[in-house]
Design a protein around this ligand. Structure first.
Ligand code: SF4
Ligand code: SF4
Length: 349
């Protein structure tokens, strides 16, 4: 990470800074929602607009990913009548988002899928993406199941600012000269904001370098266990920083089917019906087939198209959200083992 000019601000000074920023930016950060989680007494942590520094949750991984600022779970794209349509409101201000290195890196993957896939830019993604700048949050306490270092997502150069919470004060690093003016009254301090260098969890991230190997892996018995384990709920993909699948639905307000709104809603290759085609046929019926598709897309299909590495930033949310305790890192390690077996000529019945 390039070295930045760093300043130390009290919480009150941070709040003044955020107040000044809010004239130009909508500011988003992970925020704790008390009793907003899966079970009655569980909290959830989601990206929300903030006004004060104290609202930011620094000490726990957010339950849902940063992508929700750009592509909310449900979003109205436009409203229509019989012969005209009106675009939904685009963000009025620029947007600043607090995120960790993995979360910010996940937006590179989102950018490829929404902006560089098949030569078509997604208009509704682009209209917010063009307004976004990132504030990097450091990760002094690592969270269970994170493996950003195994996929090279522990470092980023996409941040405009970096913030390290320091119990009653904050270090703020400046990487974008647009923000220099805000700090003219402060003196720089000698402090470098760090991102993780090593995770406790290390993943042997599989490399599938050709289609023949990918096809052989499809036949490997490692997938069978997921028929008994995976319930096809889609939680792993909704919480995934890098999954992008959605569906669109026209909602009509009256009996006149020509008046309504078009919504884009997050979807998942793990749920029944996602791959249904004309004529009602589905090609991935069993949970093991859906899970295999998801994993091979992340490890092989995405990289075969973009040549930029895995479709994963090691945030660990998929495993944390799975109600059946299916571990994505454990699956990756099994896949690496299966690759070794195939390359070593081991046969399975
Ligand atoms: S696959 Fe799992 S670890 Fe990788 S980006 Fe998605 S949620 Fe994070
Ligand atoms: S969260 Fe777990 S049970 Fe649900 S679809 Fe994903 S792998 Fe299957």
């Amino acid at each position: 990470m390039k070295h930045a000019q760093t300043y130390q601000l009290t919480v009150n000074e941070m709040n003044e800074f955020l107040e000044q920023l809010s004239k130009k930016y909508d500011i988003y950060a992970p925020v704790r929602i008390s009793c907003g989680g899966r079970y009655a007494k569980d909290d959830s942590i989601i990206y929300q607009p903030i006004n004060t520094y104290q609202e930011i949750e620094f000490h726990e991984r957010s339950t849902y990913p940063l992508k929700e600022v750009l592509t909310p779970i449900t979003q109205t794209l436009f409203y229509f009548t019989e012969d005209e349509f009106k675009e939904s409101k685009s963000p009025q201000k620029d947007v600043l988002i607090f995120g960790r290195a993995c979360d910010i890196n996940s937006i590179k993957i989102q950018d490829q899928i929404y902006l560089q896939n098949g030569g078509v830019e997604d208009y509704f993604y682009k209209r917010i993406r063009d307004k976004i700048k990132f504030i990097l949050m450091d990760c002094p306490e690592q969270f269970e199941g994170c493996f950003c270092c195994s996929v090279g997502a522990n470092k980023t150069d996409m941040q405009s600012l970096a913030v390290s919470d320091n119990n009653g004060s904050a270090y703020v690093g400046i990487y974008d000269s647009d923000f220099n003016n805000y700090f003219a009254k402060y003196s720089a301090v000698d402090h470098e904001i760090q991102t993780p260098l090593e995770n406790e969890l290390k993943v042997d991230y599989p490399v599938i370098d050709n289609l023949d190997l990918a096809n052989k892996l499809k036949e490997h018995p490692m997938w069978k266990e997921f028929d008994a384990r995976c319930i096809g709920c889609g939680s792993c993909t909704v919480s995934c920083s890098t999954c992008t699948c959605f569906e669109t639905t026209d909602i009509v307000y009256t009996q006149n089917a020509h008046i309504g709104e078009r919504r884009r809603t997050c979807s998942s290759c793990m749920v029944d019906g996602f791959d249904k085609v004309a004529g009602g046929q589905s090609f991935r019926k069993k949970p093991s087939e859906k899970y295999r598709y998801k994993i091979l897309h992340k490890v092989y299909g995405y990289n075969a198209r973009f040549h930029t590495g895995p479709m994963c930033v090691g945030c660990g949310r998929c495993s944390a959200r799975c109600p059946e305790l299916i571990s994505y890192p454990a699956t990756l390690n099994k896949l690496s083992q299966a690759i070794k077996e195939i390359k070593g000529g081991v046969q399975h019945d």
